[in-house]
Every structure is written in C-alpha cells, then in structure tokens.
Ligand binder design. Structure first.
Ligand SMILES: [Zn+2]
Length: 109
C-alpha cells in the first residue's frame, strides 16, 4: 500500500496518483482570465484563478466554456468542497467488507 493511503484515524485518503487533474491547459487558462478579468463570484477582486465550473472529477471538461475567472478568496472554499466530495467518492468506492482471515490450516478445531 502506498504511504499516506490510510490516515491515522483510519480513513482512506486520496492517494496522490489518484487526485483529479485540476488546472486548465495554459492557453485555455489565459483565455478565461482575459475573458473574466474580475472574479465572477464576488465581482470585486481581480481574477487570478481559472476555475472549472464543473470539476474535471465530476465530468467537467477543459473547454473554456467550463471555466470562470475567480479570485483566490472565492476559489478556496469551492476547491475545499470539491476535495471533500472527491474524498467521499473514494470512500464510497472502496470495498465495504473485509474478509475474515482464513483459519490457519494447522489449527485443530
Ligand atoms: Zn472573488
């Protein structure tokens, strides 16, 4: 098992090799930030992040129509919620039951 898969509290973590790809291709990101110079969430701060409206992990594409410019303070909570959903999906996907260890063939019942 790769290190870090099971947290100290016994919960399963997303292994690093299984985390969804998060960033747009550079050219698409540049177009999104040019199109949305001001954060689309708060409408106040300048956009610094090209955000996936529908996360890639949830079926979103890298098309610029799936992108929106956000400022960092508006993006962070959304990103945290997406990570939480990703972890939940991972926990739902793992096998439910563990098999009981088979009795040692040398044990006399
Ligand atoms: Zn904002």
């Amino acid at each position: 098992m790769p290190p870090g898969l099971l947290s100290p509290r016994g919960e399963w973590r997303l292994p690093v090799w299984n985390t969804p790809r998060r960033a747009f291709p550079t050219a698409v990101r540049a177009r999104i930030l040019k199109r949305d110079p001001i954060c689309r969430a708060c409408g106040v701060r300048p956009s610094t992040i090209a955000d996936h409206i529908v996360p890639v992990a949830e079926g979103g594409t890298d098309d610029e129509t799936n992108g929106q410019g956000l400022c960092s303070p508006c993006h962070d909570p959304k990103s945290a919620a997406e990570r939480a959903r990703g972890l939940q999906r991972w926990n739902e996907r793992r096998p439910r039951q563990r098999r009981d260890p088979e009795p040692h063939p040398g044990v006399i019942g």
